[in-house]
Design a protein around this ligand. Structure first.
Ligand code: A3P
Length: 303
């Protein structure tokens, strides 16, 4: 497989979910080689649901003693969140080499898109914490379509995937780490059964009530905000530091790139709720809403 495989059309189904060839190798490498630690924190997301934002917020709140956010040297001002909190499956397997995490300080923070059932055994067997973030499927699909086509065009000089083609694949569950609904439901059920292990968050709630959601996140990770931190602006400072406006305008995020080739700026587009209506037709929206109602029916989860 080559770099191009990242957004090529060849997907393989493994343990019920779809992966590119390169991703699948990475998933298998994780399952074979990753050694979890009790204190590990995994930030699990469906692609394009706000992974970059979540990584920034968890990094900022877990490191707030070391780097108060009014500090000019805060790592988030000069590094992209995907560098500070790497993807488990990408970092562990790049170009055939198995990565090394021994230099990470505890608690180690990782991002991942792995479905619950595909998590490495060591993660399943240890009391690691999992923060799950998802986003309504319409905006997720819209964001994914823009992202994929940007990568295809910029990185590879390839043509655009038509919206109809992408919509058809997504609704049939054949998308990166899809079926989308299965991914979300597995973690939703786990969060109900094991609330001290899995915290379930939605992008829309984070946009609507950022203070409430980030306070919940901090408490879940064992680092609750004190009253003093709320009144002295520490909580507000983290929200501002991690905001779309701030992160997307930083030089590093405008010009840098991941060592796997993706420009950091492809992770920042609009950062709004409801943008799908500017892309999808009313019929597509109706169809997606209908599928979502059917798939989630009876589980107490709504978008
Ligand atoms: P849009 O394409 O709708 O703008 P991911 O990080 O999982 O790849 O998701 C990318 C989506 O999150 C993009 O959505 C991007 O603009 C948005 N995003 C990135 N940083 C954000 C932030 N700090 N706050 C809110 N949304 C953000």
């Amino acid at each position: 497989p080559t770099e191009k495989d990242w957004v090529a059309n060849h997907l393989h189904q493994y343990q019920g979910f779809w992966h590119t060839t390169r991703q699948l190798q990475a998933v298998l490498a994780c399952q074979r080689h990753f050694q979890a630690e009790d204190s590990d924190i995994l930030l699990v997301t469906t692609p394009k649901s706000g992974t970059t934002w979540l990584k920034a917020m968890v990094f900022a709140l877990m490191n707030r003693d070391r780097y108060p956010n009014n500090n000019d040297h805060h790592p988030l001002l000069s590094e992209n969140p995907h560098v500070l909190v790497p993807f488990l499956e990408l970092r562990l397997y790049i170009d055939g080499r198995v990565g090394d995490f021994t230099t990470f300080t505890s608690p180690r923070l990782f991002g991942t898109h792995l479905p619950l059932g595909s998590l490495p055994e060591t993660v399943k067997n240890l009391p690691c914490k999992l923060v799950y973030l998802c986003r309504n499927p319409k905006d997720t699909l819209a964001s994914l379509w823009h992202f994929t086509n940007k990568l295809r065009k910029k990185g590879m000089g390839m043509g655009t995937n038509s919206l109809e083609w992408s919509f058809d694949k997504f609704t049939r569950g054949v998308s990166l780490y899809g079926p989308f609904w299965d991914h979300v439901l597995e973690y939703w059920k786990e969060s109900l059964e094991n609330p001290e292990r899995v915290l379930f968050l939605k992008y829309e709630d984070m946009k609507e009530q950022p203070k409430v959601q980030v306070s919940k996140l901090a408490k879940f990770l064992g680092r609750p905000f004190s009253l003093q931190e709320v009144t002295n602006g520490a909580l507000d400072g983290i929200l501002k530091l991690c905001s779309f406006e701030n992160l997307s305008n930083l030089e590093v995020n405008k010009t840098g790139k991941l060592d796997t080739g993706e420009d950091f700026n492809t992770f920042f587009r609009q950062g709004e709720v409801g943008d799908a209506k500017n892309l999808l037709t009313p019929q597509m929206i109706e169809e997606l809403d209908q599928i979502t109602r059917e798939k989630l029916h009876g589980y107490g989860l709504k978008f």
